[in-house]
Design a protein around this ligand. Structure first.
Ligand SMILES: Nc1ncnc2c1ncn2[C@@H]1O[C@H](COP(=O)(O)OP(=O)(O)OP(=O)(O)O)[C@@H](O)[C@H]1O
Ligand SMILES: [Mg+2]
Length: 227
């Protein structure tokens, strides 16, 4: 099953009293199954905040987040944990790998938390991101770009409905950036994933179906569809 992701009028305010930051300001976003959305915009504009709210890692101050018609806003912690494990794949800006685990075990990890309906083959995914030859290495033995690629394989192993990817090409060279975003587009289209990718890299935008720009917490569409 593949599900659409919808954010409606989402606002996220950090802090309280005089010291508040509006990270998201009335953001609405629809991502269809099989659609690769790119979000560009300056540092501090709210891009990572958008992914955190979309993936139910951070609760919106107001507005709603729904996944295939199921409202995540206001759901219990237990429900949100289940949704995150079964339906959402995250690729974090920092990689977020577990220090003690080999690349192969990082990719297997999401399959150990509970039953996963149709798991992908971890070794095939490592090969798809070009990391099969370093499957036995731990994060400290990998470059930043290699860690990101392992993170992408890990995010795909549960066959998520929603894929949220923060700066997948920040640590990659030009050719590898093209390869990785082409892979994300292929996965998105083939498996009907609703994918949101944050990027500073304008050279990869031609792989994307819709491009949005975030400025000061507000989201505006740049082009739709690609071109
Ligand atoms: N936990 C927090 N407490 C207070 N302010 C925060 C918190 N997290 C983020 N912010 C602020 O919210 C705003 C949006 O941050 P966010 O991380 O979403 O930006 P970004 O667009 O991802 O930036 P970058 O491109 O540098 O990664 C920034 O002004 C940031 O300082
Ligand atoms: Mg960020």
């Amino acid at each position: 099953m593949t599900l659409a992701l919808d954010l409606t009028d989402v606002t996220l305010v950090h802090g309280d009293g005089d010291d508040t930051v509006t990270a998201l300001d009335s953001v609405s976003l629809h991502v269809s199954p099989g659609e690769l959305v790119a979000v560009v915009g300056p540092s501090g504009s709210g891009k990572s905040s958008l992914l955190a709210v979309a993936g139910a890692l951070t609760e919106a101050t107001s507005g709603s987040v729904t996944l295939g018609g199921t409202t995540l806003t206001g759901a219990s912690r237990r429900e949100l944990t289940a949704v995150r494990r079964q339906r959402i794949g995250f690729v974090f800006q920092s990689g977020n790998l577990v220090p003690a685990l080999t690349a192969r075990d990082q990719v297997r990890l999401p399959l150990t938390f509970g039953s996963v309906e149709k798991p992908r083959d971890p070794d095939a995914l490592l090969a798809a991101v070009g990391m099969d030859h370093k499957a036995g290495r731990r994060p400290h033995q990998l470059s930043g770009g290699e860690r990101q690629r392992v993170g992408i394989a890990r995010a795909l192993v549960t066959r998520p409905d929603v894929l949220l990817v923060d700066e997948p090409t920040a640590a990659l060279d030009r050719q590898r950036s093209q390869d990785i975003v082409a892979l994300l587009a292929e996965e998105t289209h083939q498996y009907g994933v609703a994918t949101v990718m944050v990027t500073h890299d304008h050279d990869v935008l031609h792989h994307c179906d819709t491009i949005y720009e975030m400025i000061d917490g507000r989201l505006g569409v740049v082009t739709s569809p690609a071109g």
